[in-house]
Design a protein around this ligand. Sequence first.
Ligand code: NDP
Length: 617
Amino acid sequence: MINAKYPGLPDATEIDINALKAKYRVERDKRMRGDGQNQYVERVDEVALTYEADPYTPDTPREPLDEDIDVAVLGGGWSGIMAGVQLRKRGFTNFRNIDHAGDFGGVWYWNRYPGLQCDNDAYCYLPMLEEMGFMPSKKFTDGREIREYAQSICRRFELYQNALFHTIVQSVRWDESIKRWRISTQQGDDIRARFVILANGLLNIPKLPGIPGIDKYQGKMFHTARFDYDYTGGSEEEPVLDQLADKRVALVGTGATAIQLTPFLGRYAKQFYLLQRTPSCVDSRRNTETDPEWVKTLQPGWQAERRANFHRGANESLLPGEMDLIRDIWTEVNCNLSAELEEQDWPELSMEEFMARYEEMDFRVMERLRHRVDEIVDDPATAQLLKPWYRYQCKRPTSNDEYYQTFNRPNVKLIDVSETQGVERLTESGFIAGGVEYEVDCIMFASGYEVTSDLERRWGIPVFEGRDGVSIYDHWRGGYKTLHGMMTSGFPNLFTCGLYQGSLNSTFTYNFEAQVEHMVHIMQAVLDRGAVAAEVTEEAQDAYVSHLRATEVDRTEWIRDCTPSYFNNEGKPDVDENGNEKYRFYLGELYGPGWDAFMQLLQDWRDAGDLAGLSLD
Ligand code: NDP
């Protein structure tokens, strides 16, 4: 047997898919609200949830810079680090990473809350393991280890010597007279960069729900991206939150962050309330320490193979006879399916038949996860509220061995806020739910990041102007227009990381690696030709966008039925000129033929060597 089914998986005959679909719809509709993305507020000055201040690294004053450089990499998280590595490898030396934070790491720099771990297989997630000769200490490794590893890469590739930390970009403008980007910062810098790589990440701006009364609450508040150990006691190294022993604490949110943090708040707070709008699905963690004997068996190229296996297991389908190397919540549907197909001697299935089998497995896996809640949580009413009623991957699946157990503690109460589509109201001394006021000393927000808000809000760069002073925010107002999701016409020498119009690999860091490799190839090719600027022609851009849209897989049916969240733009579809609704996954438009085909598309484009679609200056 290549793959074994997960224990506890119900048989297909034990579930009623139509009844489940109806239940899913009821639960979705209960949470739908008219204001979609506008339910989140950009900033609530009154509550002093300041994200600018860096609690971890002292700010060292420096003189403003007035200089010309080859490349400005805006960001020092994984995409910025990978860009820096690629630039070094290609011989660039005159470049800088610029970041708001006091060091490299991006989201792994800012996030230090208790329990922080990567929810993905670290042997895939951490880039360049073979090249760096590094092995994570366990499958789901700690946030601190990730940050330290990221920083070790920066040391190895000498990214520190030019990095500008505690530097917030205020404007990025194309200056045609010098054919460079002019970057101004809050430090008073005037940096003229030949090329700009925008590597500002997806999770850079913490998101805050606009709960009525949020400006009235007088107690302590903070977002988990700025976890305040001075208030809670303990530290990242020793998360013993002893100062919460006499505190009543509320946590807003039940996403991946809250799942990791909840066990600590339940353990240390005098009284802990978890305010839940939509439950996550939480599998057992099965986190294992890295086995040195296993490491010895790995052959060169193992990480690329593992990533490919993960991508098929999580996002596509395992090949007949392929073993699921990852075997966790991300790959379970495909792993189970593969096990059953093997039992049946790999029957010939049409795409429709395969998708029907896949859908059925999705319902069965979710049922298994609902059973898990009943097995662990003592109070049946609480267990009922904790059950996820939606299809697998409508919300990011999680795993944790202490989350459900926390609700068996006498000092912990789950507060369901789904009927009011979110926390109803804050008062001066607490929150209101179901007509009752709960007084609390502290409210923590695990409410996520600005993933789907307007670009100007989530990029946090007030002015971003290309040729003729056109704002990129206006340029993309009606939808992204790019070549390969990385360059856009009117914005020469600008490269955007992220997943705007490309493909998506299940390993996020791999997306960035592949993108920056392509970008730096173009920069080098432009300079090798004696040119100073490259810009996508409108024709090439239009042709790519048309091709992308022609190939795009319409996921409307699946996404529409998901409960609202940032995954489906809070339940709001795009509507075309004919009034047709289209639901997209939050990461933008994705290239239909998939990751490998997209990689081939880029490879073929590079191999052709003619920089097709770019006009050089
Ligand atoms: P999420 O955006 O995933 O979750 C935010 C939570 O806040 C949701 O439960 C949401 O409910 C809730 N919420 C929002 N508004 C309200 C409201 N008005 N009232 C009550 N609840 C509200 O944020 P996370 O910080 O959990 O995760 C952020 C990102 O980081 C995700 O992509 C996540 O997957 C990732 N992450 C990754 C980790 C890793 O291991 N690699 C670890 C932790 C996070 P609802 O669902 O109903 O909208």
